[in-house]
Write a protein that binds this ligand. Sequence first.
Ligand code: ADP
Ligand code: ZN
Length: 221
Amino acid sequence: MVIIMLGAQGTGKGTVAGFISQDTGLVQLSTGDIFRKNIKEQTKLGIEANKYIAKGDLVPDEITVPMVVEYLDSDIAKNGVILDGFPRSLEQAEKLDKILAQRGKKVDLVINLTTPRDEIIDRILTRRVCSNQQCKTTYNLKMNPPKVEGICDKCGSELIQREDDSNEESINKRLEIYDTQTAPLVDYYNKKGILRTEEISVRINRLGRQVADDIIKDIKG
Ligand code: ADP
Ligand code: ZN
């Protein structure tokens, strides 16, 4: 099974994907996380990708697509994946369709998360992530704070703010790229009849856990 998480920054893609992954055993593949791991380890891919990520730009397809293919073809992905952060453009979506078709697979479900924009900005600015690359749990200082300030509940490592989350300029640029490059995918997948849109917002008192639970129920049938 191949599931895609769609939605702007800060809507909760990673959080919802994490819950679904825990419950179903599908592996979560976050392109942003893979890039950040490579940046931390100063690999060739990481150094190259960081030129774009630090500015809030998309990493070129020549780097991103082969990296995704490598993961899709790896052993851990053989029972199915939840793609979190890929595809982000029509070109990437078309490439993914081709790659999957060559392997006798297809995208089964696209989960499109929506959140009012003012809530999103607030959520990104108050987002903190576990610095332990094996853990990477995400917290929110207001909605989902750690039990001890600055420390991960799960592994005890230090919580940090992502560099690209700390300034509004980079946040706004990423949201702008989302609107122009990624949002057209909503239509693309809707036409294929595989889109499921879910609002996550404090205003309607609906958060990631509930949305994930509803989806898990449907996946399990
Ligand atoms: P966010 O959704 O908050 O932008 P991510 O962790 O998903 O955070 O991605 C961080 C950065 O990694 C992006 O701003 C972009 O530069 C790069 N990136 C992630 N996924 C892709 C992709 N599919 N194509 C191009 N660049 C990507
Ligand atoms: Zn942790």
